[in-house]
Design a protein around this ligand. Sequence first.
Ligand SMILES: [Zn+2]
Length: 49
Amino acid sequence: MTYYECADCGQLADFVYLEDSAVRRRCPVCEEPTAWEIAFADDGAGVSF
Ligand SMILES: [Zn+2]
């Protein structure tokens, strides 16, 4: 899971990882498409289901 942070308001969201560095998604807080930056990634190491 990769977490992204809205560049406008700092809202965190877990999007599927995209290789495109300029991610634009609709922000639920800004209520419009905004730029998202990777905040941190959790590759699932150590997690079992
Ligand atoms: Zn936002």
